[in-house]
Design a protein around this ligand. Structure first.
Ligand code: NI
Ligand code: MN
Length: 226
């Protein structure tokens, strides 16, 4: 599966030619200043929670592309108010078969509010299952024992996990999360963007490698195959 990283927790994957874009925060991310948000393709936009570092560019990209926005119910209401009418409301624990993939919403232990103060519902993670593989994006979360349930729902080929600490899991807990969900491949996100979450890349990779897990840190704007 081809995955492109756009900085912070924003990434996209291609499923049957459709672009699934997660948590777009680009236009105010100084580390992503070389990314042109007007050229990012999207058929679906999946939002883990309402915080601005996950949703800032969602309205503009949704209005430009007509992409379907998949998010929790309270966020769906907020997007409808902004004129984004192509939304699909979900909530924690629920799953839905879309045309090209299935989404299951998982528990995330975090908070969720929009930049304007509007309540943003429960934060969530997603298991995305396609015809050839499944992957897990945890969203912003602490390590939770609930992650041990995930192998009951899908065999995970890779996980996209926050590793920046302070606001979310750091490296040590992300390694435990990888073990809980039974994957040996991780894409690290939610690091380096702000002072509180700067990490030592080599040390992080070494810690994962010592646990038998491959940590992928993708350059912003680059794509890899997983
Ligand atoms: Ni957050
Ligand atoms: Mn965040």
């Amino acid at each position: 599966m081809n995955i492109t990283y756009y900085g912070q927790s924003c990434f996209s994957v291609i499923v049957d030619g459709k672009h699934l874009l997660f948590d777009p925060f680009i236009s105010e991310n100084e580390m992503a200043s070389h990314i042109d948000i007007h050229s990012i393709p999207a058929d679906y936009i999946l939002l883990s929670h309402a915080h601005a570092d996950h949703t800032l560019d969602a309205v503009s990209i949704a209005l430009r592309t007509g992409a379907k926005v998949i998010c929790n119910f309270e966020m769906h209401d907020w997007f409808q108010d902004k004129g984004v009418t192509n939304t699909h409301p979900m909530n924690t624990g629920g799953s839905w078969q879309f045309e090209h993939f299935k989404v299951k919403c998982t528990v995330a232990q975090h908070s969720s509010s929009f930049g304007d103060g509007t309540y943003g519902g429960n934060p969530m993670g997603f298991i995305i299952s396609t015809h050839d593989l499944s992957f897990y994006y945890s969203g912003d979360t602490s390590l939770t024992l609930d992650m041990q349930l995930i192998p009951n729902w899908a065999q995970i080929s890779f996980a996209v996990l926050p590793i920046g600490d302070n606001f979310t899991m750091g490296v040590d807990d992300a390694i435990l999360a990888s073990q809980f969900v039974k994957t040996q491949k991780v894409v690290g996100v939610h690091y380096d963007t702000f002072g509180f979450i700067k990490i030592d890349h080599q040390q992080a990779k070494t810690q994962f490698a010592n646990a038998g897990i491959e940590l992928n840190l993708i350059q912003i704007g680059e794509s890899i195959d997983l």
